[in-house]
Design a protein around this ligand. Structure first.
Ligand code: ATR
Length: 277
């Protein structure tokens, strides 16, 4: 019997906005690998059943996006340390016999994007400012702590959510009022927006940015548009800027390698392909 063509995909609800099919499809094409990567719209109530059936249909794994990232942890049989710390998974691998390995590569993608886009950045040298305390923020904070950032100044519209992250991730996190979000910039080495503010169709990112400085590295997890108000302001003062598309691309690398057996490269061509369609 010939070997079945491996299938992978992304499960979410909705999932039509996802750039992952374009990116993984591009990698499969340029490396001439057998395989398909498919967007899979899955409702919450069907999640467990779908994850039971996908491996029987030839799926080797899936990426997971909103709103299933937390729920899949309870359905996995093996959970990586970093997925457990973050409390969510974005990459599932079907190991056979019903075994599901859940991993979270968001923090890896976030750091790799910064290290590649701004190799001069030293995480240990100065505090980081993080805006937002939602799911994306958890992955960013876990990655920054692991990278040795000395202090994280965290500001979120609803303060209790930020306090929650402080109790979980520890005293390196300092919580600040959302109304003072612009005041915590001086002295920071890194500035990160993890909120959905500034995304096409959402409210604008309105944090006062007068305290941005040329010595800072500024990044935004929002990548639609690629040049957000935050990044444009950072660029105009001469700060280093890394956009959010790189995080999306790098978080996809470990999954692709696990499923299709080859580690893909993130290049300009990957960027173009991910943005296309
Ligand atoms: P994700 O998984 O993408 O982080 P999320 O968990 O819904 O999504 O978190 C969204 C983040 O954007 C949160 O930090 C949220 O702030 P709250 O915790 O106060 O909701 C932030 N956010 C969304 N809309 C916002 C707005 N209009 N003003 C300020 N912050 C906002």
């Amino acid at each position: 019997m010939t070997k079945p063509i491996p299938l992978a995909g992304v499960i979410g609800w909705p999932v039509s906005h996802s750039r992952s099919p374009a990116m993984h499809g591009h990698w499969l094409r340029i490396m001439n690998l057998p395989g398909h990567y498919i967007p899979l719209e899955v409702a919450q109530e069907d999640l467990a059943r779908v994850l039971g059936i996908l491996p029987k249909m030839g799926f080797v794994g899936v990426n997971v996006t909103v709103p299933h990232k937390e729920a899949v942890l309870n359905l996995a049989t093996v959970v990586s340390d970093r997925a457990a710390v973050i409390g969510a998974a974005n990459t599932l691998t079907f190991l056979g016999d019903g075994e599901i390995y859940a991993d979270n590569t968001d923090g890896y993608g976030f750091l790799k994007n910064l290290q590649t886009g701004a190799p001069e950045w030293d995480p240990k040298a100065a505090p980081a400012v993080v805006y937002g305390a939602g799911g994306a923020s958890r992955a960013v904070i876990a990655a920054l702590i692991e990278a040795g950032v000395p202090q994280i100044r965290l500001s979120n519209r609803s303060r209790p959510r930020a306090e929650g992250l402080r109790s979980e991730f520890g005293s390196r996190i300092e919580v600040h009022e959302w109304v003072r979000a612009g005041d915590i910039l001086p002295g920071a080495g890194l500035v990160v927006n993890t909120t959905s503010l500034g995304m096409t169709g959402k409210s604008e990112f309105t944090v006062p940015l007068g305290n941005l400085a040329p010595s800072m590295l500024v990044t935004d997890l929002v990548y639609t548009p690629l040049e957000t108000r935050l990044l444009a302001a950072a660029r105009s003062v001469g700060a280093s800027v890394v956009d959010g598309l790189g995080m999306l691309m790098y978080q996809g690398v470990p999954g692709f390698e696990r499923w299709f057996g080859v580690r893909p490269e993130v290049t300009e061509e990957t960027r173009r392909a991910t943005l296309s369609v």
